[in-house]
Design a protein around this ligand. Structure first.
Ligand SMILES: Cc1cc2nc3c(=O)[nH]c(=O)nc-3n(C[C@H](O)[C@H](O)[C@H](O)COP(=O)(O)O)c2cc1C
Length: 210
């Protein structure tokens, strides 16, 4: 049977984005890597969002979102703020200075080089995720700073695994680290259906740590 090496997918040239939305009471934002231009005429963009994310509920009910295109200058704290907690529990824009685009949604004041406003024209249920196919209603370039890629994030932004402190007592790893956000699951084995409590990535995105 043909082999499927998940690592091949890491070589897809993703970017990283903050998707902003508003639930009618407060602004919200989440980190996303699954943004792609689909067609040029009309100009459409696809965004894939996990159903467990509050942003998915908001976009399903409001039909609009902004994509903030992060630059290499974005620190890990931006990923923690928008990617490791949910707008269901916290107000991620409290104490944050932002601008509003014409659709009334937030545009980040730093760490982005462009933004675009999207209006959902079609939603595709993918089981765990919803893919939103959207028209672009506004788009602006703010500066020419290089965009943050997923590869750059893995290499330069996310924390490195903690150094080994003692010789392992057995062949079993001490735990497993999420390659996306650095969260460490203490114990062995990692349950097959484990989902990272911080960034919601699956067990296949974890690697053993000694
Ligand atoms: C590097 C990184 C990439 C992510 N990519 C996506 C993605 O493409 N789609 C998605 O639904 N969630 C993605 N997430 C997870 C969400 O950002 C995270 O679950 C967030 O807390 C959801 O916030 P919300 O509940 O306020 O919407 C990513 C997180 C990180 C750290």
């Amino acid at each position: 049977m043909a082999n499927i090496d998940n690592k091949a997918l890491y070589n897809i040239g993703y970017g990283l984005y903050v998707i902003t939305s508003n639930d009618g009471v407060k602004h919200n934002g989440m980190i996303c890597n699954t943004v792609i231009q689909l067609t040029g005429t009309p100009l459409t963009v696809g965004v894939t969002i996990n159903k467990s994310n509050y942003t998915c509920d908001i976009v399903q009910s409001t039909g609009i979102m902004n994509v903030n295109l992060l630059t290499e200058s974005a620190p890990f704290s931006i990923f923690e703020k928008y990617g490791f907690s949910s707008g269901r529990d916290v107000n991620k824009f409290e104490n944050t200075v932002y601008t509003l685009s014409e659709n009334g949604l937030t545009v980040l004041n730093e760490y982005i080089n462009s933004y675009m406003s999207l209006k959902v024209k079609q939603s595709i249920d993918l089981g765990t995720h919803v893919m939103f196919i959207c028209d672009v209603t506004e788009a602006e370039v703010i500066n020419n700073d290089p965009s943050m890629t997923y590869a750059y994030y893995h290499k330069n932004v996310k924390p490195k695994p903690a150094a080994k402190t003692a010789a392992p007592s057995s062949d079993a790893p001490r735990g497993y680290m999420c390659k996306i956000c650095g969260y460490v699951y203490e114990g062995h084995p990692l349950p097959e259906d484990f989902v990272c409590p911080l960034c919601k990535h699956p067990a296949s995105d974890f690697e053993p740590v000694e």
